[in-house]
Design a protein around this ligand. Structure first.
Ligand SMILES: Cc1cc2nc3c(=O)[nH]c(=O)nc-3n(C[C@H](O)[C@H](O)[C@H](O)COP(=O)(O)OP(=O)(O)OC[C@H]3O[C@@H](n4cnc5c(N)ncnc54)[C@H](O)[C@@H]3O)c2cc1C
Length: 378
């Protein structure tokens, strides 16, 4: 886990926050609260019981033990900054608690269940992904009303919708394969991503397509031309694959193009590719024309994905964009614009690639804010 696993603003800030509460601390924290973790393929961590509700139960137990009052089913609708009393504004001591503290509070918080006053507020309202979970972007308006800049948001970790005329996804729903995607922006390759791609009835999903989605969407909001191509032979170039066909044709001239191709990609993909290219799948390698061979090779290393969009916030697992990181002090997660306001988690302009990185960002930034608040209270 490092800042290289994240996209969005200012990698130095991301690095600093991650280092304050790295993965080892996350594992130790969960073990301490009764949720031992184990590692699965690709370095992903899961609770030993494999039950999400055990994570929730442990966090609730721990919050109760720490004396936290939880108010559920309650939306914050507005946060107003109150004028600090002159002595506090000049750096004088702040009252810790009691009626005096409430009177001198820095914030008035309007909620669906009445008004609160507080000296400090932590905004942890998430992004816009899966709005039915409550993370519907309302927190961005709260942060903006307190002076923060919101870097335009887009879904991230979302599946790609492909033009219905694309022959591959229609022929291959449910088929998964390892590929390399090249995302081109302004005609140049902006990023290459490798991993599993899952063909679906609407387009392309799976980790690699989901990672690519934010790059394509960011280009759209910046009005820059973007395109995505698939290589079914990750890490290999056109010339290498073309030479392989020629070699194979010399070694096994009577082998069919379908059989040869099925040794390189799943059989269903081989059949769909040949059909899309209008190449007879029974043709022997010796009879495969130079033109057909080169078209096939080109398709194997650079198959264009006709992306028409993504599935949107209702399906996306994360949100790109958010509160500008430069407006946050990474040592405390406190706002540089609004003293007493802390911002953490997905509402910030950081989004991680698929694989647990967004959770870690939430844990790390939450820890940094919690530690700073603890110190300020002490
Ligand atoms: C389907 C799905 C699968 C995911 N899988 C993974 C994964 O495997 N690994 C990974 O790392 N990440 C995953 N993520 C992303 C991860 O869940 C988020 O990055 C992480 O939960 C962000 O934490 P957060 O505390 O910042 O915000 P959230 O977890 O979104 O929590 C924000 C909370 O604030 C509340 N809220 C919002 N506005 C208000 C308001 N105005 N008043 C009161 N409350 C409010 C919301 O109801 C919500 O409870 C997934 C996300 C989704 C949607």
């Amino acid at each position: 886990m490092s800042e290289r696993d994240f996209w969005g603003g200012r990698s130095t800030i991301v690095r600093r926050v991650l280092r304050a509460f790295p993965v080892a601390d996350t594992i130790a924290f969960f073990r301490e609260i009764g949720v031992p973790l184990h590692e699965e393929a690709g370095g992903k961590l899961f609770p030993d019981t494999n039950r999400a509700r055990d994570v929730l139960a442990a966090l609730l137990r721990e919050a109760a033990a720490a004396g936290v009052t939880l108010v559920a089913g309650c939306r914050v609708t507005d946060i107003a900054r109150l004028q600090p009393p002159l002595d506090v504004a000049r750096g004088g001591p702040e009252p810790a608690e009691g009626p005096d503290a409430t009177e001198r509070a820095r914030f008035r918080i309007a909620t669906s269940r009445g008004e609160l006053r507080a000296n400090a507020v932590v905004l942890a309202t998430g992004g816009q992904s899966l709005p039915k979970s409550g993370s519907d972007g309302a927190g961005f308006a709260l942060a903006a009303s307190l002076g923060h800049t919101i870097v335009p948001t887009t879904p991230a970790l979302d599946a790609l919708r492909l033009d219905p005329s694309d022959p591959l996804h229609r022929a291959l729903p449910g088929v998964s394969q390892d590929v390399e995607l090249a995302v081109r922006i302004d005609g140049a390759i902006a990023i290459r991503l490798t991993g599993a791609l899952l063909w679906t009835h609407f387009g392309a999903s799976g980790p690699v397509a989901m990672n690519a989605s934010r790059h394509w969407l960011r280009a759209q909001i910046e009005q820059r031309p973007a395109s995505i191509t698939v290589s079914f032979c990750p890490g290999r170039q056109f010339d290498e694959i073309d030479a392989r066909w020629t070699r194979r044709a010399a070694e096994r001239p009577r082998q069919s193009v379908q059989t040869t191709l099925a040794a390189m990609v799943p059989a269903a993909v081989a059949a769909a590719l040949l059909e899309a290219l209008a190449i007879d799948n029974r043709i022997a390698l010796a009879h495969l024309s130079r033109d057909a061979r080169r078209r096939l090779t080109r398709a194997l290393v650079e198959w264009p994905l006709p992306v028409i969009g993504t599935r949107g916030y209702q399906y996306a697992e994360a949100t790109a964009g958010g509160v500008a990181l430069t407006e946050i002090n990474p040592a405390t997660m406190e706002s540089r614009l609004c003293p007493g306001l802390y911002l953490v988690g997905e509402m910030l302009d950081v989004d991680g690639r698929i694989g647990g990185f967004n959770f870690q960002w939430a844990w790390s930034s939450g820890f940094v804010a919690g530690r700073a608040l603890g110190k300020s209270l002490a």
